[in-house]
Ligand binder design. Structure first.
Ligand code: MSP
Length: 478
């Protein structure tokens, strides 16, 4: 069986360094990629950075750097953060990669040649935070509800993509499930948004030079969102030309994406503009868009001005790669928003990892080392039955099942008073420890995608045939 699995994260804006929201999406994608690899499927996991547009150009100017210099630095920050989190992506695409720029320009040309692009005058309120035109419904007290800044009035001649033409077909494809959107509430939201009417969108910018020039009118650059969507194709080596996706590169076989992860902030554009572009280019649609929850911290939106952003580099420094991955994956339940704070993270680390998993492994390994010379035959233990959770993208729920097993095992040690049993009834102690070791193996296997280093330590210790207590997996944090 030669199955493929192509998973993407959004490409992140480089106007700032990565924060915990970016880390969540990227770790979730990594967990899924690792799980499918563990199953023996061919996997391609794409992430990267979105580097053109007004927002990035402004941030570069503020930093007193050229755009390119600034983007290089920030892209490096993202790569470093992902390395610290042990993210194993197959490609890191940057929209300033020359191959991407060439392909994006060709794709825009194709849309133009196909008659799907026309020139018109446009006037509207533009939010640079969103890099999108806004309508009055999107504003609260005249400010963008997402970025709390007043959008600026822009009036310019612009090239438009005939998005409105795709309204009916998009709706059909979403309803039929050819393009799945999950969870169901999100799908319904998108459908009512489409029902409210899709308008043609401007795909060019006149005053923004930090972008891909339009080949049919060099006075303009390509709208940053169009540029960005194409990453999901160019990240596999698409050259922008092969409309029917003639396989120029082996990697292109992975297209379309099986799962595209993101949060609600960018769902609408992903469920409308992106698939419409694909239809326009006669390319297949993604199979599934999955919208995970959104983080707040201490009940508030995370923002630099509020000073409440949790940075991934602080997470990995404090909890290690696996600790950080575990805490991220256990902070949002399926599709639900969640609140996060340092206090809660430390508490959870100590409860689930130091006292829970770490303590279990250490106690069992210690008793085997000291009472059975490190030799123990594991009993066959029941499957954890978490396959379906991965398939349904219920990562929190999968982790929860593993945690329940850990809790059960720790309780089992207590109930049997195992530290006394090894002295009073060695035979029974051996049976109990064999059973526990079997459970620990299942736990280790279940943790491979979530906590690869920890899983390896556990499974290696068992494989070598000589079990030792070793160092604590998760030292307590105060
Ligand atoms: N550059 C665009 C995406 C283009 S994709 C063709 C963009 N970038 S972003 O840097 O703003 O990243 C948005 C994404 O980061 C979200 O969709 C989500 O995946 C992740 N998160 C950022 N903040 C988040 C939270 N507070 N909570 C959860 N995830 C969020 O939009």
């Amino acid at each position: 069986m030669d199955k493929k699995f192509y998973i993407t994260t959004p490409i992140y804006y480089v106007n700032d360094k990565p924060h915990i929201g970016h880390a969540y999406t990227t770790v979730a994608a990594d967990v899924l990629a690792r799980w499918y690899r563990q199953k023996g499927e061919r996997v391609f996991f794409l992430t990267g950075t979105d580097e053109h547009g007004a927002k990035v150009a402004q941030a570069a100017a503020k930093a007193g750097q050229s755009e390119k210099e600034f983007c290089d630095g920030k892209a490096e920050d993202f790569k470093k953060a992902w390395q610290a989190l042990n993210i194993d992506y197959d490609n890191f695409i940057r929209t300033t990669d020359p191959e991407h720029e060439v392909a994006a320009s060709k794709a825009a040309q194709t849309l133009y040649v196909k008659g799907l692009v026309y020139k018109d005058e446009y006037e509207g309120l533009y939010c640079t935070g969103c890099e999108q035109y806004k309508i009055s419904d999107d504003l609260i007290n005249g400010k963008c509800s997402e970025h709390q800044i007043e959008p600026i009035l822009m009036k310019e001649e612009s090239y438009f993509f005939k998005l409105s033409q795709f309204q009916i077909i998009l709706k059909e494809k979403i309803i039929s499930g050819e393009l799945q959107i999950e969870p169901a509430e999100r799908k319904n939201e998108v459908l009512s948004f489409i029902d409210s009417g899709l308008r043609d969108i401007s795909i060019s910018r006149k005053n923004i030079i930090w972008g891909v020039p339009l080949s049919f009118d060099k006075n303009y650059t390509l709208y940053v969102w169009i540029d960005a969507f194409l990453n999901y194709l160019t990240g596999l080596g698409w050259d922008g030309k092969s409309e029917k996706l003639k396989v120029k590169s082996e990697k292109l076989e992975f297209f379309p994406p099986d799962v595209q992860l993101m949060s609600k902030d960018i769902l609408r554009v992903h469920a409308t503009i992106w698939p419409a572009l694909l239809l326009a280019l006669e390319l297949p649609l993604p199979k599934k868009i999955f919208v995970h929850g959104y983080f707040t911290t201490n009940g508030q939106k995370m923002s630099k001005s509020l000073g409440n952003v949790i940075w991934p580099e602080d997470l990995t420094a404090k909890f290690g790669a696996d600790g950080a991955r575990y805490l991220l994956m256990s902070s949002l339940t399926y599709g639900q928003d969640g609140d996060i704070s340092w206090e809660k993270l430390v508490e959870k680390y100590n409860a689930d990892l130091a006292n829970g998993l770490g303590n279990l492994v250490s106690r069992v390994f210690n008793l085997i080392e000291n009472n059975f010379d490190g030799q123990m035959q594991p009993a066959r233990s029941a499957d954890l039955n978490i396959e379906s959770y991965f398939k349904e993208l219920k990562l929190f729920e999968a982790l929860q099942k593993i945690k329940e097993k850990v809790d059960w095992a720790n309780k089992y040690i207590e109930e049997n008073k195992l530290w006394e049993l090894v002295k009073t009834d060695k035979q029974k102690a051996q049976a109990v420890l064999g059973e526990l070791l079997g459970v620990i193996i299942r736990i280790g296997e279940g943790l491979v995608p979530f906590m690869p280093q920890t899983a390896e330590k556990i499974l290696k210790a068992v494989e070598t045939g000589e079990i030792k207590k070793g160092e604590a997996l998760f030292p307590r944090i105060v």
